[in-house]
Design a protein around this ligand. Structure first.
Ligand code: FES
Length: 60
C-alpha cells in the first residue's frame, strides 16, 4: 500500500491519492471535491482532512 492509497473518507472509500488528483484537476474547495469524488458526503468526519489536503496542495 502506497501513501496515496490511505483512505481519507471511510464512508465513501475515497483515498488520499484520488483527492489529491481531484485537487490538481482544479477542485480547489470542499464543495467541489465532494462533487468530484463523493468524499465527505456521509458522516462528515473527514472534513478536516479534506481541508488539510486542500491547504497542502499549492495553487496552480
Ligand atoms: S468519513 Fe468521509 S463522510 Fe464519513
Amino acid at each position: 500500500m502506497t501513501p496515496g492509497d490511505a483512505l481519507v473518507c471511510l464512508c465513501r472509500g475515497v483515498s488520499e491519492g484520488v483527492l489529491v488528483e481531484a485537487i490538481r484537476r482544479g477542485h480547489r474547495d470542499v464543495a467541489s471535491l465532494r462533487e468530484a469524488t463523493g468524499a465527505n458526503t456521509g458522516c462528515g468526519d473527514c472534513l478536516e482532512d479534506l481541508e488539510d489536503l486542500l491547504a497542502q496542495e499549492p495553487a496552480q
